[in-house]
Design a protein around this ligand. Sequence first.
Ligand SMILES: *Cc1c(COP(=O)(O)O)cnc(C)c1O
Length: 446
Amino acid sequence: MAAETHTEGAAERRDLAVRAAVEQGLLDSDPVACLLDVAGIRASAAALTGAFAAALPAGTPVLHAFAVKAAPLVPVLRLLADTGLGCEVASPGELALARAAGLPAGRTVLDSPAKTVAELHEALALGIAVNADNRQELERLDALVASAATASPLGMRINPQTGAGTIGALSTATATSKFGVPLRDPDAREWLVRAYVERPWLTRLHTHSGSQGVPLPLIAEGVRELHALAEEINAAAGRRQVDTLDIGGGLPVNFTSDEQTPTYADYVSALREAVPALFDGSYGLVTEFGRSLLAKHGLVLARVEYTKSAGGRPIAVTHAGVQLATRTVYAPAAWPVRILPYDTKGTPRTGPPVPQDIAGPACFAGDLLATGRELPLLAPGDVIAIPDTGAYFFTAHYGYNSLPRPAIHGFTLSPAGGARFTEARPAQSLREIVAEGGGGTGDALL
Ligand SMILES: *Cc1c(COP(=O)(O)O)cnc(C)c1O
């Protein structure tokens, strides 16, 4: 169990990594560094694969496609590919990253609500699986399928309209969500069944109804709707036309402690309870997890530059803010993060708790990672660590104030307690910032 949830010793492992990062000078030339725990990522991938393998008859085809948007980094995609995972991509950029990581077409799935004809054409030429979002996109597929043979498995995304979680912006299965064919709208079900029966090449069905804030039973209800629709289509077709169900991702992550809950095993249990037939081996499965594979294995380290007091409130001005934790800064109630204090040597800072604001470097007043957070009083040169940031935080950089994308280092701990770091992505240079800011076309508006 410890291996699966990887919670035991998490704090000790993190302390070793922070100490080694400071000792090895990762924060010397840059005030921010991001860390990824290589063994932790492998353990999560193994937990995902193991949870489904344990529940399915041997030989059932399963593809676990990592949602690239959660950590769009070639070394991460390659590490996950090495554990047998695939990639779920939703833009030409994400597809390019997956291809750069060497992902074969057969392990790549394209979902996006706004695929252009050119993107669809490329995906079908490559043989990548495509889930069409809507009726108009299906018409585009009709034309493409008629014009050239393709090896791409094709399906439609449905919105089971099972309801929202606690975070509105991330709820994909509300009555009015922008994704997929809304299953409970008038005539939608009949239209879908007919669309499949008329198109023998539609062999998959897709939904992604979970996300942060969505409870497991609600996710499972969406998958149950998907399975029931597949059975209905196959009955109407008189054969097992739909052979694969893509059940999406969306396992929530615990941001309040080092415990990894819910687990993939919990998720599989919830599915088995809601839709036992999913595990009888009659359908191949595709999953698309993102956050739950990476979040717990990422850590931001940032130096405290100054400490001050305003209106009686101590404030630590650090180098980690909106550029790395965009959602936390703009929606702090939905996306709280833990702040772990270390001293200048990278040793955990102890002391009586004092309510402090933890501020970022950006030039607007709301750039705060935490307000009134009780922590040992921070001092200049201290280091703060922000755990659970491996997905959608530092890998989803926000370019405000031209703050650079920081370096990302993978780390591996040795049994003796040493840490080895390898740079997975260099820090963005000032030259690159100038180039992205039109430095090469400086006269364009004269
Ligand atoms: C974002 C997304 C995922 C991954 O969601 P997580 O919450 O990161 O697991 C999977 N499938 C689709 C279609 C998505 O848009």
